[in-house]
Structures are given as C-alpha cells and as structure tokens.
Design a protein around this ligand. Structure first.
Ligand SMILES: Nc1ncnc2c1ncn2[C@@H]1O[C@H](COP(=O)(O)OP(=O)(O)OP(=O)(O)O)[C@@H](O)[C@H]1O
Length: 254
C-alpha cells in the first residue's frame, strides 16, 4: 500500500524536555493507524506537528508525496489533512449545520474581504460549503438534525458532529484525537461503527485513543510511544504481547 503520510525522524523539544525523539511512522491510503502510549508519551505533540499547530525541532513530515512540515495549518487543511480534536467544542447558539460549515471555512480560498463584499466568488463558495456540510452530516447520520441547536445533541452525536466538521473540508487524512473519551458503551460502539464506515469509504485515519477496545476494533496498525520514543509498532495482536509495551503500561513494575 502507498503511504499517504510519512513522519520521519521527528524530534520535538520543549526546553530540556524531549516530547518526541526520532519518531517515525506512516499512514497508508485507506488505513486506520492508531497511536497509543501512557500519559506524557508525546501523542498530542505528534498530532500538533502533523496538523501544523507546532513545529518540529528536527525531522520531516511528508504528505501525498510532498513535504508539508513547513506549511501553516490552513495550507495543510487545504491539502486534505483534517483534525478532529477531543477538546474542539461544539459551538452553542449555532445550528448543527452551521457547526459543520465551520470546518469548510477552514479550507476556502475567497478570504474575508470577498465575504464582506459578498463577491460572486464568495457566494459560490457559500453554496459549496452548504452542500459540503449537508453531505458531511449525512455521512455521520446527522442529516435530520441539521437545523437543530447543536447543544441539543447528546454527547455521542456531538462527537459525530465534530467528525462532520472535519469531513466538511473533504479531507483524505483524518486525525482523530481521543474521539471516544467520555463516551459510554453504546455511544462508543456507535462512534466506532461510524469510523469504520469512514475507513470503508477510503479515508485514511490516524487515531490517538486511550480506549484499548476501540483501538483493537479499529486499527489496522498501532504505533506505541513511551517517553517520546516509538517502542513498538505492528498489529494490535502483536503489540499487546510486546514486553516493552507491557512494561511501559505497568510503569516497568511487572
Ligand atoms: N507546550 C509544552 N511545553 C512544555 N512541555 C510540553 C508542552 N507540551 C507537551 N509538553 C511535554 O511533552 C511531553 C509529551 O506531552 P504530550 O501532551 O504530547 O503527551 P501525551 O501522550 O499526549 O499525553 P496525554 O495522554 O496525557 O495527553 C510531556 O512531558 C509534556 O509535559
């Protein structure tokens, strides 16, 4: 399979702390790849380096055959890298459709001046954004909720809305930061099913998740980080019996 995302020898320091040290991984077309690791392993830092919210101290990030590590976040978004952050809120006081549309605004080109002047280009983009939002809401099963206030949605469906917002920019690579956190059993399995559907439609997914059952169900491959280093990678069946992984999760106490 062809790699869509390639992270090579990436290091990120914060002062004297190595949040990531010489990390490598790739995400193939249509693959769901999970990154797991104990608290402080460097998972969030890795996501922010891929999304462009942080710069690497060393190393390269390639996407779709080109280096993207020097690009600002909105240019990475335009190329098809979307992030659904666990802590990105659903905007209260806006409808479900308006919340989804926010995701498309991140990848439009007309800019604020065109919006103020209501230029033809801006009007055309608005129509495209509405269509993309409707399509994204349908994909996550929220088409019937489009005109409802977003805060009416139960938590599981708020997560689906966060996904719709990311899908609105029609990405090829979706970065999911702890999508299952705080969800109960049935909501969690509904979300897992939704992510399986997205993968089935050809989307490539990089997933950070603490819920082991979720990772076991969804991930084709898993990369395990500990203290900023990759300590194991492979299928879930393989990494779950890896002594280095067991030691990292038990704090070396077994
Ligand atoms: N902005 C920052 N300034 C200083 N240190 C940071 C910063 N961000 C992260 N770190 C440090 O980098 C290391 C990795 O943190 P990171 O948040 O990436 O881990 P994580 O695996 O996402 O943890 P968790 O599972 O708890 O979210 C930690 O030691 C953390 O304290």
């Amino acid at each position: 399979m062809t790699a869509l995302l390639t992270v090579e020898n990436v290091t990120r320091r914060f002062g004297g702390v190595h949040a990531l040290r010489d990390v490598a991984l790739d995400v193939c077309e249509g693959e769901t790849h999970a990154v797991i690791g104990p608290n402080g392993a460097g998972k969030s830092t890795l996501f922010k380096l891929i999304g462009g919210q942080l710069a690497a101290t060393a190393g390269t990030i390639g996407y779709d055959g080109a280096r993207v590590d020097r690009l600002p976040p909105h240019q990475r978004a335009r190329r098809g890298i979307a992030i659904a952050f666990q802590d990105a809120p659903v905007f209260r006081g806006m409808t479900v459709a308006e919340n989804a549309m926010v995701g498309a605004h991140a990848v439009t080109r007309a800019g604020p001046l065109a919006a103020i002047l209501r230029s033809p280009r801006h009007r055309r983009e608005e129509l495209e954004i509405r269509a993309a939002a409707a399509e994204a809401l349908k994909r996550v099963g929220l088409a019937g909720w489009a005109d409802r206030p977003a805060e009416d949605l139960p938590l599981g469906q708020q997560r689906a809305l966060q996904l719709a917002r990311a899908l609105c920019g029609r990405p090829r690579l979706l970065l999911l930061d702890e999508p299952a956190s705080g969800l109960r059993g049935p909501e969690r399995s509904a979300l897992a099913e939704l992510i399986e559907d997205l993968r089935g439609s050809g989307l490539s997914i990089l997933l950070v998740e603490h819920d082991v059952g979720f990772v076991a169900r969804l991930a084709d491959r898993v990369t395990v980080l500990d203290l900023g280093r990759v300590i194991a990678h492979g299928t879930f069946a393989r990494i779950r019996v890896d002594p280095a992984v067991i030691a990292a999760y038990l704090g070396g106490a077994e």
